[in-house]
Design a protein around this ligand. Structure first.
Ligand code: SF4
Length: 219
């Protein structure tokens, strides 16, 4: 991996995004699990609109396990992939009742055994609902980590592993939020605003895009 000033990058991001936290609305681990499942190929803003009414109608796994496929599809059809999501949510609710007493397990293997729950969703739930250090690699984390040289991974799992090796465990969950916020606010997929970026001085991609900038001068 490239030699980059990780500590300085994290410090700058922490100062830029001091209030960075999960953008999904939830009041318990089950609501966060459902919201995160709904967020695939859908904005957090839209998910929050959907879950505001959804969680009034469905109070927990028993309600989701009892609803018909057609009714749940109709309730979540404003987000993408609603048929697959409805199927996965109903089956996940049934499995939570059958295997976990209706509770969301605070365990990575148990979470990823649920239908529609991958590494990213499991890490979001573990980190935000249970306070377990984890780095959920979404499209923003993947892009920003690679641009900054914090990771050189071709898959989200590789980037997660590299970030976990590079960052202190106590910083994993915060770093996840800082990188997401940075990806949304400044380091967009198209047209990153390098000219106002607080980590331009340390960024390999920023140097390439902004020829003449003396990166690493503050290392
Ligand atoms: Fe992204 Fe540009 Fe900042 Fe690098 S300098 S992190 S490419 S916005």
């Amino acid at each position: 991996m490239a030699r980059v000033p990780t500590r300085k990058i994290m410090q700058a991001l922490a100062e830029t995004y001091p209030d960075a936290q999960c953008a999904l609305h939830f009041t318990n681990p089950f609501e966060l699990l459902i919201a995160t499942m709904l967020s695939a190929q859908c904005t957090d803003k839209r998910v929050n609109i959907i879950t505001e009414r959804l969680f009034k109608k469905y109070r927990g796994p028993a309600d989701f396990a009892a609803v018909s496929q057609a009714e749940l599809e109709a309730d979540i059809r404003d987000c993408g992939l609603f048929r697959a999501k409805a199927q996965n949510i109903r089956e996940t609710a049934r499995l939570l009742l059958e295997k976990h007493g209706g509770e969301v397990p605070a365990d990575h293997a148990a979470l990823t055994a649920l239908p529609g729950v991958g590494r990213k969703t499991a890490n979001v739930v573990l980190s935000n609902a249970f306070g377990v250090p984890a780095i959920a690699v979404d499209t923003h984390v993947f892009r920003v980590a690679n641009r900054l040289g914090l990771a050189e991974g071709s898959t989200p799992e590789k980037v997660e592993q590299q970030l976990m090796r590079r960052l202190p465990k106590a910083q994993w969950s915060s770093a996840h939020h800082w990188l997401i916020h940075h990806g949304r606010a400044i380091c967009a997929a198209r047209g990153p605003k390098c000219e106002i970026c607080p980590v331009l001085a340390y960024c390999l991609e920023g140097k390439r895009l902004n020829k003449g900038t003396n990166v690493h001068e503050n290392r």
